[in-house]
Design a protein around this ligand. Structure first.
Ligand SMILES: Cc1ncc(COP(=O)(O)O)c(C=O)c1O
Length: 365
């Protein structure tokens, strides 16, 4: 008998989400309204941010956050190439040019040591990414942003539920702070179905800055401000009602993923797992493992496919995509190696022992 496919991701949805949607339908108000407002308040409270604005996608969140910190045509934004294409596209949507810096091999995140050299008089912002949910070095990157007087925006599309241990500024007694608590000018989340919590599509921007929040709220709903025309980037109340239920599931989902990753780490001794710095806790939205060579990674992907296990190549690089080839950049050897030597393994919510065994069997060959 052929096993069913082990999927890359499996959103956890139940009767609670169905009841929430039914409640909104019965209310007769389905567009942005009281549920969006309540979801924003819930999300702000959950991460510890003064402001949270819901939008229609993670891409919309990035576009509006960059505009809100002042990115305009002719500006440069220092970011990584090694990310989903929406990171670089959001810079282009503002008429600005992405300047790509390389990643650290272990964390797959922006190498803070390379940021300073990429800053020019045209730099308006740094757009860092918590890739696959692994927090990037906000303290080091933030120090460069402050020293050079440029804005810092976080692409936290994958990072709902991830945490960093920061200084003693009123965080919980153990010092862990959610990504989304203000560590920068704005943090941008996605609720695409591949993320831990989903609204079908959707996004959120958290910020400490009331003016940033106000601009985003205007632009997401046709308001024109500061020479920027308004858009329709609204989340619907149907989506927000689902999001509120999903948010309640987030802590449990993170615990499950940490347990699954620890088990896989123990049972897959021949591959390298991402490095989780001492000051970071990943939500393990995606699990990427590194093989000894590009050939070994390709062979493992073929074995996974033959076993009916979904797998993907390592994260793509924007500078290798036609749309973003003309971004400015220094050489990006670690980004290129990571794409070729890594494989993204499935981590569906509710992963069964059988599914996990099949992943282990196919990776180990
Ligand atoms: C790093 C990163 N940035 C941005 C996005 C865009 O988010 P969305 O699909 O919600 O527009 C995604 C994923 O979808 C992502 O992984």
């Amino acid at each position: 008998m052929r096993h069913p496919q082990v999927p890359m991701a499996r959103p956890l949805m139940g009767p609670e989400e169905a009841a929430a949607v039914a409640r909104v339908l019965a209310s007769g108000w389905v567009m942005q309204g009281p549920e969006v407002e309540a979801f924003e308040a819930d999300f702000a409270r959950a991460v510890g941010a003064p402001h949270a604005a819901a939008v229609s996608s993670g891409t919309a969140a990035l576009h509006l956050a960059l505009l809100a910190v002042g990115v305009r045509p002719g500006d440069e934004v220092v970011t990584v190439s090694h990310s989903f294409i929406a990171t670089a596209n959001s810079v282009r949507l503002c008429g600005a040019t992405p300047v790509f810096v390389d990643i650290e091999a272990g964390t797959f995140n922006m190498d803070p040591a390379r940021v300073e050299a990429a800053i020019t008089p045209h730099t308006r912002a740094i757009l860092c990414v918590h890739q696959m949910g692994m927090p990037c070095d906000l303290a080091a990157i933030g120090a460069v942003a402050t020293a050079r007087g440029v804005a810092l925006v976080e692409d936290a599309a994958c990072a709902a539920g991830s945490e960093v241990r920061a200084g003693s500024d009123g965080a919980g007694s153990d010092g862990w702070q959610a990504i989304g608590r203000p560590h920068s000018d704005a943090a941008c989340f996605s609720f695409h179905p591949r993320k831990l919590i989903t609204t079908g599509d959707g996004g959120m921007v958290t910020t400490r800055d009331a003016a940033v929040d106000e601009r985003i709220r205007a632009w997401r709903s046709h308001g024109t401000r500061d020479g920027v025309y308004g858009l329709n980037y609204r989340m619907t109340d149907l989506q927000a009602a689902v999001g509120r239920v999903q948010l309640g599931r987030l802590p449990g989902l993170v615990v499950e993923r940490r347990r699954l990753v620890e088990e896989l780490r123990r049972r897959l001794p021949t591959v390298a797992f991402p490095v989780e710095p001492l000051w970071a806790r990943s939500n393990w939205q995606s699990l990427c493992v590194r093989f000894s060579s590009a050939n070994a990674a390709a062979a493992a992907r073929a074995r996974l496919e033959a076993a009916g296990v979904a797998a993907r190549p390592g994260i793509t690089n924007a500078h290798e995509e036609p749309a973003q080839r003309d971004g400015l950049r220094a050489p990006l050897p670690e980004s290129e190696r990571a794409h070729r030597e890594c494989v993204l393994l499935p981590l569906p919510s509710g992963m069964t022992a059988d599914e996990l065994n099949r992943v282990v069997g196919a990776v180990e060959g």
